[in-house]
Design a protein around this ligand. Structure first.
Ligand code: LLP
Length: 380
């Protein structure tokens, strides 16, 4: 991770800092390792929709995975090919469905029978055939934080296999829908590849079920979810993409001519971003000192929302260490970045780098407390 302290000192904090060199290196590896097996990667735009990041990712020829009409439009603006655009989401609005249809996207990932019916209705009105993949709930445990687990029966996502006979019956009556794929996603920040092995085995069983119903789809979309090393980003500046794709190559039973698609978000962008913040005050607490910084949950909500750990470095102090709660200025007790963290002795004016903020950082920012949106800067 490149860090230019002289430059940092001149920039108004807090700000996002993107290392485009690392992003490019990561994308080059993803391209090489996915192409080895002819896999299609759609970048999950929800992880970071910053225009410069989108354009960089697009330049490697990846597709996009969108979850809103605005993400579809942002992807098209950044140059993504509509033919490589998938549109997922459990609650697509009428306008959003129309955006997908008008722009002739590759595929809608559909989550329920009522949604299939509405897409059919709008497609018919536009004299189009909408291509869809069924998002199936594989009921595989991703062993991750419960807020970002999606592949269990109790989650709101996807269609359960016990509903599938009804889905096939419904499809027979929907002439403006073409079934082209099966879609799965078990959760996010998955670091144990065993979960993806479980997914492959389940997808094979599900494909058998469809085969028994005389259906072979054009593509299988296994979603995203590959996690990153938040505690020690320097040790693992990118995940082990080679082993990840190999798991699918080894275990997923692919039918002739069938393509395999991935929707990676975090794994592509998390490590290239940092949130740089200035220490405003050191306040003495009972058991620890508070380092009150000028960034808050408004710039990076992950610790408050998922108890997520992000490595924090003091870029400007090399004094002996002391213990701090690193907290933001927002009027919420959940507005913290770390508790009881050992940092070099920290004082007002020091610059802290909160690492691995490239995914679900800037894109989840808010103006709560009427905060000004933090600006993004880039190193090549
Ligand atoms: N595909 C689908 C259907 C998804 O729901 C998601 C993420 C992805 C792909 C991309 O997952 P990734 O490769 O980035 O893990 N805000 C949370 C993460 C929410 C993920 C939602 N879905 C966080 O900061 O941890």
């Amino acid at each position: 991770m490149k860090c230019d302290l002289d430059q940092f000192r001149k920039i108004k904090t807090p700000f996002y800092w993107y290392d485009l060199g690392l992003l490019n290196q990561t994308l080059a590896v993803v391209k090489k390792e996915s192409q080895r097996y002819g896999y299609h990667v759609h970048y999950a735009v929800k992880a970071n929709a910053n225009e410069r990041i989108l354009k960089t990712i697009r330049s490697y020829g990846f597709g996009a995975d969108c979850v809103s009409g605005n993400e579809v439009l942002a992807s098209l603006n950044a140059g993504f090919n509509p033919n490589e655009l998938v549109f997922a989401g459990v609650g697509k609005s009428d306008d959003e469905i129309k955006i997908g249809l008008t722009n002739n996207i590759y595929c809608f990932n559909v989550e329920s029978i009522p949604e299939l019916e509405i897409i059919n209705e709008f497609a018919a009105a536009a004299s189009k055939i909408a291509s869809v993949a069924l998002r199936i709930n594989p009921n595989v445990n991703a062993s991750t934080h419960h807020y970002i687990t999606t592949g269990l029966e109790e989650n709101k996502f996807g269609i359960n296999m016990w509903e599938m006979e009804d889905v096939l019956k419904a499809l027979e009556a929907l002439p403006n829908i073409k079934l082209i794929g099966l879609h799965f996603h078990i959760g996010s920040q998955i670091t144990d590849l065993q979960a993806f092995k479980g997914l492959c085995i389940r997808v094979n069983e599900i494909q058998q079920w469809f085969f028994a119903h005389h259906i072979i789809v054009d593509h299988i979309n296994v979603g995203g979810g590959l996690g990153v090393n938040y505690t020690d980003p320097e040790k693992e500046l990118m995940p082990d993409f080679a082993t990840y794709f190999q798991v699918f190559h080894d275990l997923l039973e692919v039918r002739p001519k069938q393509t395999v698609h991935f929707e990676l978000g975090r794994a592509l962008v998390a490590q290239c971003g940092s949130l740089i913040s200035k220490v405003l005050y050191i306040k003495k607490g009972v058991k620890t000192n508070f380092a009150i910084v000028d960034a808050g949950m408004t710039e990076l909500i992950r610790p408050a929302l998922y108890q997520a750990v992000h490595k924090i470095e003091n870029l400007t102090s090399s004094l002996p260490e002391a213990k701090y709660d690193v907290v933001g200025p927002i009027c919420e007790s959940s507005d913290f970045f770390a508790k009881a963290l050992m940092l070099p002795e920290t004082k007002r004016g020091d610059l802290l780098s909160i690492r691995s903020a490239g995914a679900y950082g800037e894109v989840m920012s808010s103006e709560y407390n009427l905060r000004t949106k933090a600006v993004a800067y880039y190193s090549e």
